[in-house]
Structures are given as C-alpha cells and as structure tokens.
Design a protein around this ligand. Structure first.
Ligand code: PLP
Length: 454
C-alpha cells in the first residue's frame, strides 16, 4: 500500500464517524475505505478488489459503478442550472417525473425529496393532512408492520418494526401502530395451509382494535428488505388490499429498496397486483449518483390538496431545500435510460432466478441454511443451528461468514440482529448488470465459506 493510501486510512480512522458502526473495533483493525468502482466491482484503499453483492453496502447502486453517462448528465445540468427552490419547476424534475410515471400506471404525481426517510415523512404528512381536511383530524393513525424498516428520522423510526433500530431513540411519535409480520418461515400460527390469509387478518384485527375511523394509512415494504428479505406469502396481498379497501385505509408502499427494477419488475408492488395510493422511492432512483427520493401519489391523493377557495390551508404545506437540486432528477433520468436500454429489469429477473436456484441447492447441502428467499436480485439466506427447530445462529456467525466472503473477494450484507426474532439472514443485493458467471462466483464463494466453517 502506498503512503498516500496509508494516510487516507489514518485520516478516516481519526476523523470520520461511520454509520451503524462500533468504532472501538477500529482501534485494532484498519477501517475500510473505498476508493474506486467500476461496474459490479469495487476497490478499497489497500488495493483489494471485490465483487460487490451489496450494491454499495446499502442496496442502492442499481446500475453499477463508474457510469460516465450519469456523471456527464449531472455535470451538464449543474452547469446549466444547479438549483432552484422546489416551489418552482425545473427542466430535469419535469422530464424525470414524466418518464417515471410511464412505469407506474395508476400513479400521477411526483413530489421530490432527498432520502428515503424524508420521502416517508412527507407521505405521513400527506396522510395526516388528508385526515385534517376530510375527517376532522380523526383518521390520522398510520399502521406499520413488524420487521419493516422505513427510515432513520424520528417519524420514520416511529413507523419501523425493528427493535434494534429503535432502541434508545424513544419516545416516538404518537399515532403509529404496529401489526404482525408475514414471514412464513417464522409463522406465528405453526404450519398452516392459509398462512398468507391469516397473516393479512392480523392487520384487520389491529384496524378493528384501533377503530377504522382512526386509521388513515398502512405502510408496507412490498418485500421486506433489511428485516430479513421476506417475500409475502401466497394470498397475502389480495387479502390486504381487500381489508384496506373495506376500511377506507390508504395503502403506502415503501419502494426505497425494491423500486427501480431491484426485484425483476420496475417496482416490487407490481408483482402482487397491489394498487397503491402512495409510493415512496429513493436508493435506486438515481443509483445513488445523487441524493434524490420521490413521493409518488395517485391523482385522487393530489386532488385532496386542491383548494376550493374556502380553505386557504388546504395545499400541502411542506418544503425541503434540497428537493430543488437539479442533480437528482438529472441523474435519475440518465439512470432510468440505462435501465431501459440495457434491459436491466429483465436481466434482474433472469439472473436473480438463476442465483436463487443455486442458493436453494446450497440449502440442501449445508445444514446451517434454514431458508432461502427473495425475488430478482434481492435475496436472503436465513441461518439456523438446526433446520428442524429453526433455532437461529448467533449473530457472530453471520458476521464471520460475511468477513470470510470478503477475504475471498465478495461483499455481502446481513440483517441487523432483531431482538425479538434473532434472525440472521445473509443478504444479497448485487448490481443489476450481474452476469451468470458472477452469480456462480457468489454462490461458489458462499459454498466454500460454509464448507470451511464446518
Ligand atoms: N425504507 C426502506 C425500505 C429502507 O431500506 C430505507 C433505508 O435503508 C429507508 C426507507 C430509509 O432510506 P434513507 O436511508 O435514504 O433515509
């Protein structure tokens, strides 16, 4: 390693506070500092090169590293007009909104923000304001599902069903109510035939307990990502949609991870015939070449905010400065063109299915693999000490496996420990250009690591 890179590592160690990290470990060990990426691969300051099956560590660099086309689009836009406050329109904001909505039949308005948490906060404000405008403020509760994650700010954490993320940060915002998860592998009802319907009924029970007249919306991840890559069970979504319609509850789909082709369709909800009222997007919108997020709504939601002249407060009284940065929609537009031109939705579906099957083969060979699940290039491997009892492995095992993969040139993710479920799921979220050969490398590396672990 040259001295410049050594200095860089020391600067990082001495001055940067990493997210979600226990820094005491970095006294003995060098912090990892990334310096360059190209396609599906990333290089650290020590010159190690990896296949990145985490899309940037937090599942967001959908089209891969080093896309000069996006960088050029951002540069050109910044030189032309870098910013104007989002109470006004800009060229890339209008162009991207039109292109995005082509992919989302039934949706009709795009409201810009800068992060997934922020988009979800804005969506909650939309629900609360509709409650004020139409229901005398009474229909203001937002239900969220156990194991789903919706962001880091206090409002978004108030709607998050992961204890580890919430610990130490209460008290939370009032009006957010949890309902049970829908992970069939961790069924609350034992081994039953209609798990999906039963899991959906748990939502109905909570709506009835709270009073349907008080429930404004339910927020869901279409496929739970960080909470363990949970694909919805058969029958779940049709039952959920019926329940929400019956009690006049808005459906908010958080597509922050699943959006922009991650699961092999443009949006995760499109696998399940869901008709959302509100969709939030971030991460893959611009493959993280710029911070941009979106709240996308139906025309019906938008129309709730059209004043009839008698209510001067009826418009959506929300603003964020950086929603006016043109780099975001410029990057998002270039990103979307790449997804289209390179048929990455289709590639994700095909290579994702191939990798899923390879991982399922590994599950027959390794007793530590309890379950393999996911869709497209969002896949999870749940680790257990015993396939019969499904007792979870200690989280140190998942940490060790991820470390051993890294030593073999593969970056994978893992779920946070959830205090209640103690599930430890290895997470694969590769870049969407992934080839069959790269999928082989991922599966073979995990196979080798699990063999060595024995
Ligand atoms: N929603 C989901 C499903 C997420 O996974 C995340 C982040 O991981 C968020 C929201 C929050 O997004 P951000 O970190 O951009 O605020």
């Amino acid at each position: 390693m040259d001295s410049q890179m050594r200095q860089l590592i020391e600067k990082d160690r001495n001055h940067v506070w990493h997210h979600l990290s226990q820094h005491s470990g970095l006294k003995k060990q060098d912090p990892m500092v990334m310096v360059e990426g190209k396609g599906t691969r990333i290089t650290d300051a020590k010159g190690n090169n990896y296949l990145d099956a985490s899309s940037g560590g937090v599942w967001c660099v959908n089209v891969g590293y080093g896309r000069t086309e996006i960088a050029d689009a951002v540069r050109d836009q910044l030189v032309k007009l870098n910013f104007f406050g989002s109470t006004t329109g800009t060229e890339p904001a209008a162009e991207f909104a039109e292109k995005l909505l082509e992919k989302m039949p039934g949706m009709s308005r795009v409201y810009y923000a800068s992060s997934g948490s922020e988009a979800n906060e804005k969506a909650f404000k939309i629900v609360r304001q509709i409650s004020q405008l139409k229901y005398g403020g009474k229909k203001n509760k937002i239900l969220y599902r156990e194991r789903d994650y919706h962001g880091t700010t206090i409002g978004a954490l108030s709607a998050t069903g992961q204890e580890e993320r919430r610990l130490h940060y209460g008290p939370f915002a009032p009006g957010f109510v949890e309902f049970p998860h829908c992970c069939e592998y961790r069924s609350q009802f034992g081994d039953v035939k209609d798990y999906g319907i039963l899991a959906a009924k748990e939502l109905e029970k909570v709506i009835l307990r709270e009073g349907p007249e008080t429930v404004g919306a339910v927020i869901f991840e279409p496929i739970t990502a960080g909470g363990g890559v949970i694909t919805p069970p058969e029958g779940y979504w049709p039952a959920v949609m019926e329940i929400c319609k019956k009690y006049n509850v808005l459906v908010h789909i958080d597509e922050v991870v699943c959006g922009m082709s991650r699961t092999g369709k443009w949006f995760g909800y499109q696998h399940y015939g869901i008709k959302p009222d509100i969709v939030t997007l971030a991460k893959g919108v611009a493959s993280s070449y710029a911070p941009i997020s979106c709240v996308v709504t139906t025309e019906a939601i938008f129309n709730e905010f059209l004043a009839d002249g008698s209510d001067r407060e009826a418009y959506f009284r929300d603003i964020s400065t950086y929603a006016g940065c043109t780099s975001g929609p410029a990057a998002a537009l270039a990103n979307l063109k790449i997804l289209e031109r390179e048929n990455l939705v289709e590639n994700t579906a095909v290579v994702g299915e191939y990798l899923l099957n390879k991982l399922k083969d590994l599950a027959t060979k390794h007793s530590i693999i309890g379950d393999v699940r996911g869709k497209g290039l969002l896949l999870g491997i749940e680790l257990v000490t015993d396939k019969q009892t499904k007792a979870p492995v200690d989280e140190q095992v998942a940490i060790k496996i991820a470390g051993m993969c890294m030593q073999k040139g593969l970056i994978i993710g893992r779920t946070n420990r959830s205090f209640k479920f103690l599930n430890n799921t290895l997470c694969l979220c590769p870049i969407l250009t992934l080839t069959h050969e790269e999928a082989d490398f991922i599966a073979d590396t995990i196979d080798q690591v699990l063999t060595e672990l024995n």
